[in-house]
Design a protein around this ligand. Structure first.
Ligand code: B12
Length: 503
């Protein structure tokens, strides 16, 4: 049997300096290489990735191209590379995977340059598809779990496969990325921060979250041997001095977490992760001891809203009092809470937004070190929710600012329109008035000047201090409107925006 060769592509989504390991492709490569081989092109590092893709296809034999696609700014480069492949290599199968084709499968397959979409994890389905493509065994396609494809012009979705976290028993093939140490970045955690994902999935089913739509409330934690193997490689072979964990929700059940925290406490690499207020509040003192010893520096916590009702409606499962309590708990344990909020919900839009601003001020009083991320609430369409959740507790139909129903895009191209890119980035929503949009922007400007983020290493200390002093009267007197002097100063200083670039 011929061993299938796959070309894996991560279209550009961020600047070269913000590029982190393309973990999706590294995990896929580990699975594909068991029965074939793979190469990786990372558009975050290789800025000419479209031409380099064509060059790779001209010079080596591949059986398919696999493209990782996330909604938002990655859409346009994903389309560009897919079209280029289709134009120059019309017979080359093009497979899309990742969040976009999982959440918007029919939209992805509506494009003439997408042949297959794999929903959810790709580690089992993609190698099975590659085997079918390289052997020409079309009859086996119908049996591949989580595969969606076009059959005689109709879109066919195979049943979803079970979710799993298999141990490849070896470290990921970082050397496929050329020099992997170029992915280590200077961040506030350290001089050589590496990205890693230990566990997969999340037990919660928040209605707005892409992770819930992808995993449907399931999670799997890694074996301690796997975590230790991977972290040891990153620390001792690559020279990483800190870790940013991409786990969807790092703190799971305490009894399952403790063995992992023990490994991390042994390696003592300062770290950042996603967490929940309820999980942190439930941790026992002995676990907090491990957390401190392992050197957790910052935890990103989805606070979302100060309204208990809204938290219930979106199935968050936490309460506003827990958000306040966790800010204090983190302060006592030397951990910075990075709290994210979703303003501008479709109902009670202005009132909820103003309420959130006041709540943020309260958090800042409790723990001035708290980092605040303000997003606009942009729920997923009903059709994107996980199959287990579709139709359950449907939200009221979304209406735009004129009271017309919001119609989601039907093609990848439509998703590249700026207002839809902003929707995917939680930066704007069709029900916001210009006045409220401006109000949110002004509040965020005053807040981030008054409290510059600890994650900004580029701006000199004096500049941050000056901005903070300049913003303090506006912040104290709630005079957020039109902070032109701060906008001007910000243009010169260019404070870092963690919600755009990550750490
Ligand atoms: C790192 C990261 C980024 C990086 C870049 C990622 C990259 N592609 O290079 C940066 C920081 C740039 C980024 C940006 C954004 N991100 Co982001 N990001 C992540 C994060 C933390 C990790 C991704 C990762 O590496 N996962 C680990 C790998 C192993 O998992 P995976 O990517 O899901 O891959 C698996 C499957 O999806 C599938 N698969 C993936 N690709 C492919 C390809 C093929 C061919 C196949 C078959 C299968 C397949 O198989 C893989 C292995 O199982 C995730 C959260 C998370 N933990 O996943 C959010 C996440 C993917 N981001 C998300 C979003 C929304 C964004 C933004 C668009 C908006 C925002 N405000 O955050 C921004 C854009 C900001 C901007 N520029 O304006 C959402 C996506 C949800 C959604 N609704 O679409 C996530 C899930 C975060 C969240 N909880 O909301 N992000």
């Amino acid at each position: 049997m011929t061993r299938p060769h796959t070309l894996l592509i991560n279209p550009t989504v961020t600047s070269r300096s913000s590029a982190r390991f393309p973990l999706s492709l590294l995990h896929l490569a580990a699975a594909l290489d068991k029965s074939g081989s793979s190469d990786i092109i990372d558009g975050n590092v290789d800025r000419d990735f479209v031409n380099d893709t064509l060059h790779a296809l001209r010079t080596r034999r591949f059986d398919a191209v696999g493209i990782s696609v996330m909604g938002g700014p990655q859409m346009a480069p994903s389309i560009e590379v897919s079209k280029a492949v289709r134009e120059h290599f019309p017979d080359m199968p093009i497979v899309w995977g990742g969040y976009f084709p999982t959440l918007y499968t029919d939209t992805a397959l509506a494009a003439p340059y997408v042949d297959y979409a794999i929903r959810g994890q790709g580690e089992e389905s993609f190698p099975a598809l590659m085997t079918a493509l390289s052997t020409g065994d079309a009859s086996s396609l119908a049996k591949i779990g989580s595969l969606s494809r076009k059959v005689d012009g109709e879109i066919v979705h195979n049943p979803s496969r079970r979710f799993s976290l298999a141990d490849p028993n070896t470290v990921l093939s970082y050397d496929k990325l050329g020099d992997p140490s170029r992915y280590l970045a200077r961040t506030f955690l350290g001089r050589r921060t590496a990205a890693h994902q230990a566990s997969v999935g999340c037990r919660f089913r928040c209605t707005f979250c892409g992770v819930a739509a992808m995993f449907g409330g399931a999670t799997a934690l890694p074996a301690t041997t796997r975590l230790e193997r991977e972290l040891s490689y990153l620390k001792y072979e690559l020279g990483a001095d800190s870790i940013q964990y991409f786990d969807h929700n790092f703190f799971d059940r305490e009894e399952d977490m403790v063995p992992l925290l023990e490994v991390m406490a042994k390696l003592e690499l300062p770290w950042w992760c996603y967490a929940r207020s309820d999980a942190l509040l439930k941790l026992s003192e002995s676990s907090w001891k491990l957390v401190r010893k392992s050197r957790l520096r910052m935890a990103y916590i989805g606070a979302e809203s100060p309204s208990g009702q809204m938290l219930k409606d979106i199935r968050k499962g936490t309460r506003p009092d827990q958000t306040l309590e966790v800010a204090e708990l983190c302060r006592r344990n030397g951990v910075i809470p990075e709290l994210s909020f979703m303003v501008g919900p479709p109902e009670n839009t202005e009132e909820e937004t103003e309420h959130t601003f006041e709540f943020i001020r309260e958090l800042k009083r409790i723990n001035p070190q708290s980092e605040i991320i303000v997003y606009v609430y942009t729920p997923l369409p009903e059709s994107s929710r996980h199959e287990k959740d579709r139709g359950k507790r449907p939200s009221a139909p979304l209406l735009d600012v004129n009271g017309e129903p919001v119609v989601f895009p039907k093609t990848p191209e439509e998703w590249t329109q700026q207002h839809w890119v902003d929707y995917a980035c939680h930066a704007d929503a069709p029900w916001l008035t210009d006045k409220l949009r401006r109000r949110i922007r002004d509040f965020v400007t005053v807040l981030r000047c008054r409290y510059p983020t600890a994650q900004d290493l580029r701006s000199p200390r004096w500049a941050k201090r000056t901005l903070s002093v300049a913003a303090s009267w506006r912040y104290s007197y709630r005079k957020y409107n039109r902070p032109w002097e701060l906008e001007l100063a910000n243009r010169l200083v260019k404070l870092r925006m963690p919600q755009v670039s990550g750490l």
